[in-house]
Each structure stands twice: as structure tokens, then as C-alpha cells.
Design a binder for this molecule. Structure first.
Ligand code: PHE
Ligand code: CO
Length: 296
């Protein structure tokens, strides 16, 4: 095996170009990583560790340290799994990249987290629009050691299997929730807003932008509101949603979503950058630098 992913196709969607890969679970081909691959890991790891001090939430930093990941080499899934399995019962599995929705949900529902086995190339250090090993390992895996968040991820997987059976619109609603929490969520800590979303913590630019830029909206978490809010995957977010705690996330998502999907089917979707009258606004974005109509 070489260190190129086996990409199946690119889907053009209203959110941008979305790559789709095979559903095969692969053994991490650790011995095939090149010196360049390990160097990419080292560079990203050291850079993000620094950027995230005072920016990522305490749960993220503390749990990441417990894994003992180092810049020296790309971590071995097997070694991370020893810590994970013992602690919260999660297990990492190697995959080629983004999975079809139902396959992804089924893994989560069984406490298996799919991790892309390949790492980005040096010219993608600053930005890559699809998940690679750095995003998945550095970004997602630490919070799987937090017991509340670990349960949220499993509940999300189960909810995904159910939504898949309900229909495409339900899936769109649920996917927005994942996007604005797991991938791009902020949390209010006693000492200010912090990051917990994996899509942010694996990006230097967005780690700074999401907290310090006057451009984006920062709005209090509101589940149904989020499920109506559009997004796109290839620019910084126009709006970030702020939770008080993982318990808040867990409690808000406990109810059966079936009637909620039915209710939302009668509501219009909300453009990514809009602020509504009922929003709890931490920051009303200046909108500077926003792509026009990009999420339509
Ligand atoms: N409660 C949701 C349902 O009934 C499932 C879910 C839990 C979704 C946690 C997201 C996060 O569908
Ligand atoms: Co991700």
C-alpha cells in the first residue's frame, strides 16, 4: 500500500465538493508513512499545541495530554486504543476518508471512531477541506476520553441511524447539529469562550479567527435553531454556537427527535450568517470577508 488515499468520487453539493471513499476498514499502514508524513505531523502538532493554549477548552487540553501523543512520530492507533478502550470503551478504526452517512452512524453507535489513515501533504499544512489523519486524531480523539462527550457521540450515531430511516431532510437537520457542535463548537468557560470543535482545533487560522475576529457571529447554543442553520465546508464559519457545558449538549439532545424533524420540515432554513431576534448574541459578526451567498 502507498500513502495515497483511494478516493472513489467527488460529489458536487450545495455545501461544496464532497469526497466519498470506500467503506473498507483498513489496518493503519504505519510502516509506510514517509519521513515527510511524520514531519507534517510534527509540524502541525507543535504548532497547534501552542495555538490552543488559552483557546481550547480545559477538557480538550487535559484529555489530549492523557493520550501521550508526541510530535516525534504519527501515533499508532493501537496504542491510542489501549487508553481509549480502558477509559470510555471507544475504539479507533482506520478508514480511507469520509464515509457514507449510514456507515459512519453505525460505527459511532457502536463506539467505533473512524480515523483517516493518511496525512495531508506539505502544501496543505494550512488548509485542507476534507478530514485527514491530523484532523481526526488531533482534533476528534481527545474528547472521546471525556465521558459525557463520549456518550454524546454514541447517542449521535444512534440518532443518525434513526434519522437515516426517516428521510433526507431529517438527516440534513441532524448533520447541521454535528457540524455546529462536534466540528465547530465553542464553549463558555469561567474565563471566557473556548474551542471544543474538532474542525477548529485542527486549523491554526480558524482557531484564532473563531475567538478573536470581529467577523463571525458567536451565538448561544439553541438546538432547533442550529438544526435549521445552513453552512458550507470550505470557508471559515460565519457563525459559531456556544455551549455552557457538555452536559447542556447531552440534555438538549436527549428528547426523541422524530417530532422535532416533523416540526422543522415546516420551517425555512436559515442562512449561515443570519442573526435572529431570539438569539443570545455574544458577538454580532461584522461580516467582513464573508463569501456572498456561499451557503445557499
Ligand atoms: N435524541 C436524538 C433522537 O432521538 C438522538 C441524538 C442524540 C442526536 C444526541 C444527536 C445527539 O434522534
Ligand atoms: Co471531523
Amino acid at each position: 500500500m502507498d500513502t495515497q488515499p483511494r478516493r472513489v468520487e467527488h460529489l458536487q453539493t450545495d455545501k461544496g465538493s464532497v469526497p466519498v471513499y470506500t467503506t473498507t476498514v483498513v489496518e493503519q499502514p504505519w510502516s509506510t508513512y514517509s519521513r515527510e508524513d511524520h514531519a507534517t505531523w510534527a509540524q502541525l502538532f507543535e504548532r497547534q499545541r501552542k495555538v490552543l493554549i488559552g483557546r481550547a477548552c480545559d477538557e480538550f487540553i487535559d484529555n489530549q495530554q492523557r493520550f501521550g501523543m508526541t510530535p516525534d512520530a504519527i501515533p499508532k492507533f493501537d496504542e491510542l486504543n489501549r487508553v481509549l478502550k480502558k477509559d470510555t470503551g471507544w475504539e479507533l478504526i482506520g478508514v480511507e476518508g469520509l464515509l457514507p452517512e449510514l456507515t459512519f452512524f453505525e460505527h459511532l453507535a457502536n463506539r467505533r471512531f473512524p480515523v483517516t489513515w493518511w496525512i495531508r501533504k506539505p502544501d496543505q499544512i494550512d488548509y485542507i477541506s476534507e478530514p485527514d489523519l491530523f484532523h481526526d486524531l488531533f482534533g476528534h480523539v481527545p474528547l472521546l476520553l471525556n465521558s459525557v462527550f463520549a456518550d454524546y457521540m454514541q447517542a449521535y450515531g444512534r440518532g443518525g441511524v434513526k434519522a437515516h430511516g426517516i428521510g433526507a431532510e431529517a438527516l440534513v437537520n441532524l448533520t447541521r447539529l454535528y457540524w455546529y457542535t462536534v466540528e465547530f463548537g465553542l464553549m463558555k468557560q469561567a474565563d471566557g469562550l473556548r474551542i471544543y470543535g474538532s474542525g477548529i482545533v485542527s486549523s491554526k487560522g480558524e482557531s484564532i479567527h473563531c475567538l478573536e475576529s470581529p467577523s463571525p457571529n458567536r451565538i448561544g447554543f439553541d438546538m432547533k435553531r442550529i438544526m435549521r442553520t445552513r453552512y458550507r465546508i470550505d470557508t471559515y464559519q460565519k457563525t459559531y454556537f456556544v455551549i455552557d457545558s457538555f452536559e447542556q449538549l447531552m440534555n438538549a439532545t436527549k428528547p426523541d427527535f422524530t417530532p422535532i424533524y416533523a416540526e422543522l420540515a415546516t420551517c425555512e432554513s436559515i442562512p449561515a450568517g443570519n442573526v435572529l431576534a431570539d438569539d443570545f448574541v455574544y458577538n454580532r459578526g461584522s461580516g467582513e470577508g464573508w463569501a456572498k451567498g456561499g451557503d445557499v
